[in-house]
Design a protein around this ligand. Structure first.
Ligand SMILES: [Zn+2]
Length: 82
């Protein structure tokens, strides 16, 4: 019984960790069909955002839902890129 309880505790910890990485929880199939509304290139996970492979715009993810709107996108910063 004791082991069972500690296992539940471990699971709770894991869930807490997952809450931090909701972008990586995005359905891969969903990611594959998402394209940049600006240049229609595929997007890639980048931290808590989706980054366009074409124009470099980054789209926010809210509550696990990618906001694929040009108006919501952040344009790539120029001059200080890696
Ligand atoms: Zn783009």
């Amino acid at each position: 019984m004791r082991n069972w309880l500690s296992r539940v505790a471990d699971c709770a910890d894991l869930n807490a960790d997952y809450a931090d990485v909701e972008v990586t929880m995005l359905n891969k199939e969903l990611l594959e069909i998402l394209v940049c509304p600006s240049c229609r290139k595929p997007v890639k996970e980048g931290g808590k955002k989706l980054v366009c492979q074409g124009c470099g715009r980054s789209y926010p993810v809210r509550d696990g839902i990618p906001i694929m709107l040009i108006d919501e996108a952040q344009k790539p910063k120029r001059g200080k890129g890696r």
